[in-house]
Design a protein around this ligand. Structure first.
Ligand SMILES: Nc1nc2c(ncn2[C@@H]2O[C@H](COP(=O)(O)OP(=O)(O)O)[C@@H](O)[C@H]2O)c(=O)[nH]1
Ligand SMILES: [Mg+2]
Length: 386
């Protein structure tokens, strides 16, 4: 069991090691939090179109300052937030007629300056155009074309009243006719923050579509950061959590490539429980490790969880006394899917306006686990163990 290239088999076999659910979950959390790659976003477009509002709405945090004041930024500003692996390069708003020729050069110089370093490189640019201006100058075309040679550019129509607004639709068609080299060859209509016009509330829209489209184009490491940190698309969180479960499922199969006695399956349990910490992080939920322990004890019908893997593996009836690759990967996938479902249920209730106490995540888990595990485990594992 020693010297594995996966780096996961650091627990020696022989039954001396403790199965420690709380510790494994904590480790999963800290790996998930510490493992987020830096994601750098450039904002470009004219002054006051809603660049700051857009990026702040995507991440649910005031990263870039907003306001209607004049453009005081002469150079590109970098904004960071503590505990958020995201930086925003806010460009001085384009003021038409003012040194327009040099604007693109300034942006490009900054992009190139940061390009070499993985931590500072710009991963994508949001080029914002305000819908009601119905104006996109030749110089903006030039800037977008120049930027797109260096970096992924998403063209965003900001402050769009509704998805069906006819004037926005015509403007979007006009922009599409320019055949700009932008993400998906089109612009994204958005209203980042709900608006109020003549007493009518216009709900925010368009951000999930924008964020998912950008996600599709990013490298895996930045996808993870974007999906985890964004606060607009639950679907994207689910997709990323599934991707993470698939990776863990593969690793689980490796751990049990040579079948292992259940008593020696601690690395597998550590992986599975750590995975739950990662899922919670992607879903943006704070889950108390102690509450997780209580939840599993409830599911297992015991007062406290014994410090053996065998006690934990009672979650998977039919798993048998020897764990092979199929059982390892099947149980990992099952546990991952069940936890994603539990988190999704909580977040869905939250989106519906319910105030969710952090403990409710665990409450959901306790509700979901027995049903899902018992059903799935008996059929799937019964077969693979045979
Ligand atoms: N309601 C609403 N107001 C917005 C939106 N986007 C921009 N604004 C308003 O427009 C002003 C300028 O926005 P800001 O994000 O600072 O523009 P920037 O100069 O492009 O960064 C802000 O004070 C906001 O009140 C939006 O999506 N909804
Ligand atoms: Mg701004």
């Amino acid at each position: 069991m020693e010297g594995s290239s996966t780096g996961l088999l650091r627990y020696k076999s022989g039954g001396h090691e403790d199965f420690d659910l709380e510790k494994f979950f904590r480790e999963g959390l800290s790996q998930a939090l510490g493992g987020k790659a830096q994601l750098n976003i450039m904002l470009a477009g004219r002054v006051g179109v809603g660049k700051s509002t857009l990026v702040n709405a995507i991440f649910g945090e005031p990263i870039a300052p907003t306001g209607v004041g004049q453009s005081i930024t002469r150079n590109i500003q970098r904004y960071d937030r503590p505990n958020l692996p995201i930086s925003v390069y806010d460009t001085p708003g384009i003021e038409l007629g003012v040194e327009t020729g040099r604007i693109a050069d300034t942006y490009l110089a900054e992009i190139r300056r940061q390009m070499g370093d993985d931590d500072t490189r710009v991963h994508f640019c949001l080029y914002c155009v305000r819908t009601r201006d119905e104006r996109f100058e030749a110089v903006e075309s030039e800037i977008v074309r120049a930027l797109a040679k260096e970096v992924l550019v998403a063209l965003v129509l900001t402050q769009c009243p509704t998805p069906e607004d006819p004037r926005a639709h015509r403007f979007a068609q006009y922009l599409a006719s320019l055949r700009l080299p932008v993400l998906n060859g089109r612009c994204f209509k958005t209203l980042a923050e709900q608006d109020n016009i003549a007493g009518v509330t216009l709900p925010a829209f368009g951000l999930p579509d924008l964020v998912s489209s950008i996600y599709d184009q990013l490298p895996d490491a930045q996808r993870y950061t974007l999906a985890s940190c964004q606060r607009v698309s639950l679907e994207l969180k689910i997709a990323e959590a599934r991707r993470s479960v698939n990776v863990k499922t593969g690793t689980a199969a490796l751990i049990a490539a040579t079948p292992i006695p259940l008593a020696d399956a601690i690395p597998l349990s550590a992986l599975q429980i750590g995975m739950l910490g990662q899922i919670a992080t992607i879903m943006g939920l704070k889950v108390d490790p102690k509450a997780i322990v209580t939840a599993f004890a409830t599911v297992l019908g015991v007062a406290s969880i014994a410090r053996t893997t065998a006690s934990f593996f009672k979650l998977f009836p039919g798993a048998g006394a020897t764990i092979n690759a199929t059982i390892a990967s099947t149980t990992t996938k099952m546990l991952g899917e069940v936890f994603i479902t539990a988190c999704t249920n909580v977040l869905t209730r939250q989106l519906a306006g319910e105030r969710i106490h952090p403990d409710d995540v665990v409450g959901e888990l306790v509700k979901e686990l027995p049903v899902l595990l018992n059903g799935a485990a008996r059929t799937t594992l019964g077969r693979s163990a045979a």
